[in-house]
Design a protein around this ligand. Structure first.
Ligand code: ADP
Length: 260
């Protein structure tokens, strides 16, 4: 619809603005990091002063993480190639082994034998890392993380053929008013630890692969408490952009998503 299109364009413009700001911030940030390094190794610095410098470096790293995340999507360092979605999911999972065990989160995997996809593997991995990281954040008291990767049609029996991915958790879920904004840059409900960039970057990467991303979720407060399911679809036989200027053709936002 007209309004959906306007919203998509606005989001894309916001994204470009965010990326250019991130780029501008990056250079002075690197300069400050170098200066702080010199300061921290200065022989006349006492322990208290050094601990202040360490704190400053720590906070700086946080800013740097935000700008790097923003820029990552717009940088294109590698060429597309075939990669197994199941292997990408597993490689993200292995990074989280300790956190999963400590929280008592059970992992349940169902992969089809062949989940190969022509893609930018590093970017897809980033999407899976964002979704799995969010799922773990949502299950503070433990729960179940279910990962699926299947060869499938886009919708029941029809549409393009490709790979369907599901990342499902039994965590706290989302209120409808939260769900409306999750794909917008800088939207977060995690005051201290969130950047609000994970799902925005993810939706841009999915759009670049001509795929779709959908979410179903319900907060426990609304009598649901079934957690959250993110579902991705990536089509086979996609032409992928190989020039850095290439723009994603569409962004799939959270509109039209059914809430169960
Ligand atoms: P961040 O994780 O840094 O906040 P994201 O863009 O990844 O940024 O997510 C935006 C928001 O979407 C989160 O702050 C959270 O409110 C909500 N969210 C995302 N995934 C989940 C999930 N699996 N369960 C509950 N809420 C989620």
């Amino acid at each position: 619809s007209e309004e959906a299109l306007r919203k998509t364009e606005k989001l894309a413009a916001t994204g470009r603005l965010a990326a250019s700001i991130a780029h501008e911030i990056n250079n002075p940030l690197e300069a400050i990091t170098n200066l702080l390094y010199l300061l921290s190794t200065h022989p006349e610095l006492d322990d208290t002063a050094r601990s202040y410098v360490d704190m400053a470096v720590h906070e700086l790293r946080r800013i740097s993480e935000i700008t790097q995340q923003t820029l990552r999507f717009y940088r294109q360092s590698t060429l597309p190639a075939n990669a197994s979605c199941a292997e990408l999911l597993d490689s993200v999972l292995s990074l989280h082994q300790v956190r999963l065990r400590n929280r008592g989160i059970q992992v349940e995997k169902k992969y089809d034998p062949d989940t190969e996809l022509y893609c930018f593997a590093g970017e897809l991995r980033q999407v899976f890392a964002n979704l799995i990281g969010n799922a773990i954040d949502a299950m503070q008291e433990g729960g179940r993380l279910a990962l699926r990767a299947r060869r499938s049609r886009e919708w029941k029996g029809a549409g393009r053929s490709g790979i369907r991915i599901q990342v499902a958790d039994t965590g706290e879920g989302m209120m409808p008013e939260v769900q409306l904004h999750i794909f917008e840059p800088f939207f977060t409900t995690k005051e201290a630890i969130g950047t609000g960039l994970g799902l925005w970057v993810s939706s841009e990467i999915v759009a670049k692969h001509k795929g779709t991303i959908r979410v179903r979720s319900r907060a426990a407060r609304l009598g649901g408490g079934h957690g959250t399911i993110f579902e991705l679809f990536f089509p086979h036989e996609t032409e992928l952009p190989t020039s850095p200027e290439a723009e994603p053709r569409h962004v799939v936002a959270s509109e039209g998503v059914s809430v169960h």
